[in-house]
Design a protein around this ligand. Structure first.
Ligand code: TNX
Length: 563
């Protein structure tokens, strides 16, 4: 391999690469692992050893044990706790240095996450060697690397169609390959409730069996959820559960009739419309329901965040909506977690832009799903100016109908630390700037770039197109810091891809929407803006496809890449 080939093999592109001129034979590798690694609970050795084997063996490397006597077998691969690793003067906790020399390999990092990133880069070098027909002959190189953003995620909808533990582990492995570290799970929606809630058992007993189009549903039990989080955590990934409130709740109102004004459960729903279901803040059953559900989810969740949704609540007055935003933030915080929500929680208009989205979605994919109630997308639009909010009432829930509507620029409903997911680029920037002033954090998931359920082209058989078509280059060429006018870059925590599953039923459907675009979003989240280059990226993607084919992962062979 030439130096250029080395640079061509690591995706997302590293911060700095010093190519060597030789190769090292890594067909047989002897691992040297530290006993203790900062950021690790259990014995680091066995865990890291097993993960390295999982990553490297499919690429043609064999991990061997050191013999009791005689010369050591295999080329050394040392994982080393090294605070001086990474780009010069970096204090990024995820930084690492990967040195591949004729004598062997050293991955240095101050924390476990960096050691894993270094192993992943090594793996891609090994994959490239394998694809070039020289398995185990890895080009020498030194890589100094660190992520641009701390939040690099994929949010996956398992409510419209259910994807179970085996699929979710495959998704974890995939996002880990691209050094992503957050898996958002959209666990509830109108069509199904996908997480067992011990205090509210009927959510899954009554509302998990169905899915869009009458397809089979399913749910994660308490143990499934714990196991998945452990599997993800071992790979440096935090699961962020999303319970979508106070809209997108038909599965909840089907299970618990007390959540509706007439006390009767709603019917099951198999269509793909949005915005028609809602909770009611003034019903006596509502707050106890929120406390039970969000409290249980917080207790079951190992990571820092609980996402309470907040999107597309088309049939609710602003005051009541903001009461929910306040109450959900209060409950999540009281449960010891940091709240996350969709952008509407900033008071950016929870109805207007969303109504347009829903109407477009209904118009363009109506054929994909049965049972869409005609005209139900035309909810009550709320004007952006009416959607301002008070910065007061920080600690108490605001009862419906009592929030004074403040003038523009007077604050934000967002609590300090709450993480907003920006998705609808049609919304006005003001509310987001106010949210950032109030201490809100931002994750950029602009639908026109990172919604990987959008079609690649108008003819694409899967996906929606309400945000337009999203080709690989669209997912690649954008700057997360420049998405919202006037928002300070310091308020941006990162980037998330999202994949909604109205039209996606199988793992192959899912993966063919993720690949290759997920790699482009991952590079937007990892690589500094000045280090990105579309022409180089598309060549690296062709190299990546070798591993996808080997691993049997479905991908879309977009004409933007020479495969
Ligand atoms: C918008 S983005 C939604 C989802 C849909 C998706 C389809 C967001 C917060 N809500 O309910 O599934 O569009 O692309």
């Amino acid at each position: 391999m030439t130096a250029n080939d080395v640079a061509a093999a690591i995706t997302p592109a590293p911060v700095r690469i010093e190519p060597g001129s030789g190769v090292v034979n890594l067909e047989r590798v002897r691992m040297i692992v530290p006993d203790v690694v900062p950021g690790t609970d259990d014995a680091a050795g066995p865990g890291l050893h097993a993960l390295a084997a999982e990553l490297l063996e499919p690429a043609g490397l064999t991990l061997v044990e050191a013999p009791q006597a005689g010369p050591p077998a295999g080329t050394p691969l040392e994982l080393r706790v090294d605070p001086s690793a990474g780009p010069e003067a970096s204090s990024n906790p995820e930084r690492y240095t990967l040195s591949v020399t004729p004598d062997g390999v050293v991955v240095g990092a101050p924390e476990r996450s960096g050691l894993l990133h270094g192993l992943r880069s090594l793996r891609q070098l090994a994959d490239a060697a394998q694809a070039a027909g020289r398995p185990g002959e890895v080009a020498t190189v030194v890589v100094h690397d660190e992520p641009r953003y701390a939040w690099r995620g994929l949010s996956l909808d398992i409510a419209r169609h259910f994807f179970g533990p085996a699929d979710l582990r495959a998704v974890v492995d995939l996002i880990a390959r691209y050094k992503m570290n957050r898996l958002g799970l959209h666990l509830t929606d109108d069509q199904g409730w996908r997480l067992e809630i011990p205090s509210r058992p009927e959510l899954v007993t009554r509302s998990s069996a169905g899915a869009v189009n009458g397809d089979p549903g399913g749910y994660l039990g308490v143990d499934d959820y714990a196991d998945l989080q452990e599997y993800a955590a071992a790979r440096g990934i935090v699961v962020v559960p999303e319970i979508d409130l106070p809209g997108h709740v038909n599965a909840a109102t089907h299970a618990y009739g007390e959540l509706t004004p007439d006390g009767r459960p709603t019917d099951t729903y198999e269509g793909i419309d949005v915005g028609f279901s809602r909770l009611h803040l003034d019903l006596p059953a509502t707050e106890p329901f929120l406390r039970d559900v969000l409290g249980d989810v917080a207790r079951m969740t190992h990571g820092e965040w609980v996402h309470f949704g907040g999107d597309e609540v088309h049939r609710m007055e602003t005051t009541e909506y903001l009461g929910f935003v306040e109450l959900c933030q209060e409950i999540v915080t009281a449960s010891g977690k940091t709240p996350a929500a969709w952008q509407e929680a900033a008071g950016a208009g929870h109805g207007d832009a969303g109504v347009a989205a829903a109407a477009l979605a209904a118009a363009t994919v109506g054929a994909a799903a049965a049972g869409t109630p005609a005209g139900s997308a035309a909810g009550t639009a709320t004007t952006a100016s009416a959607a301002g909010a008070s910065a007061t009432g920080r600690s108490a829930a605001v009862p419906a109908g009592t929030t004074p509507a403040p003038g523009p620029g007077t604050g934000s409903p967002v609590h300090p630390g709450t993480v907003l997911h920006y998705w609808d680029t049609r919304a006005e920037a003001d509310a987001f700037v106010r949210a950032a002033e109030a201490g809100g954090r931002f994750v950029m998931a602009p639908a026109s770039r990172t919604y990987l359920d959008m079609k690649y082209t108008p003819e694409h058989p899967l996906g929606l197109d309400w945000a337009g078509c999203v080709e690989l280059r669209d997912s690649y060429e954008w700057d997360p810091d420049a998405m919202i006018q006037g928002l300070p870059a310091e308020a941006v925590d990162g980037v998330s891809a999202c994949v909604w599953t109205e039209t996606l039923v199988t793992r192959d459907h899912l993966f063919s929407m993720l690949l290759p675009r997920l790699a482009a979003v991952a590079e937007a989240a990892w690589t500094p803006q000045e280090g990105k280059d579309w022409q180089v990226f598309r060549r690296r993607i062709a190299v990546e496809a070798g591993a996808w084919r080997r691993d049997g992962a479905a991908y879309h062979p977009t004409p933007q890449v020479e495969w």
